[in-house]
Write a protein that binds this ligand. Sequence first.
Ligand SMILES: [Zn+2]
Ligand SMILES: [Zn+2]
Length: 283
Amino acid sequence: MRVTVLSSGSSGNSTLVESGPTRVLIDAGLTPRELSRRLVHAQTRLEDVQAVFITHEHSDHGVGAKALASAGIAVYATAGTANALGLGQAKVVTAGVAVTLGELSVTPVALPHDAAEPVGYLLGEGEARAGVLTDCGHAAADVAAAFAGCDLLVLETNHDPVMLARGPYPAGLRQRIAGDNGHLSNQQAAALLMQMGAGRLPATLVLAHLSLKNNRPELARAEIEGALARLGHSARVLIAAQKVVGPTLVVSRGQVEIDVARTAQLALGLPEPSYGRAPETRR
Ligand SMILES: [Zn+2]
Ligand SMILES: [Zn+2]
């Protein structure tokens, strides 16, 4: 299984997951045009994507969903998310119930977030496991249990609480982000890992959905690496970006490697991805 974060943050989220000939996206928070541009970095065409799984209706996750459905790509979402997005043609998924496409299984996991019926996704291929866990309001025990044992975990570290409290956002928005149905702070993400326990931690972590205004990559990294050190666990920690496509990560049981050949293509100067705008207030 190969996982490439195409875009991460409040201006748009999407992650490509490949398993043999099966190609799916987790979230469509970019226009199809921008998705196509970014897929070039992963040597993939939008036409080769069979399905997209939407986590929830906020525009940074679902803005492209209708257009992808119109283009013939199967859109999967919970009933609440499909309804909120007006996606009459969606294939409805239910938390805890896996969907199988080829060798790939995709299982929604219910998350606390201020949306109709938000989920994260667990991905499995053979013995390999990966998880996409963003837009989660707090370090809930059932969420930690669901994502424990992933070899690769894309994990939200949205904000530093001090930067959020002193930052430019209006009070109501600050409260929403920090609330139980808002977003994971660096510390809450670390608390989730602590709950997973030493034996069930990922080999590689991709820190995701970082706020450009209320966080800094070095703060998120320090918090997460500190938690891993306390657990006596060494893991590769990468940070996903809003404007740059991440490396392709090859996930197998107990091991995650970077696809060096593909990453070299990126360094050789394929077109730079641009990113679309989304309202800062809905993310
Ligand atoms: Zn979001
Ligand atoms: Zn959201």
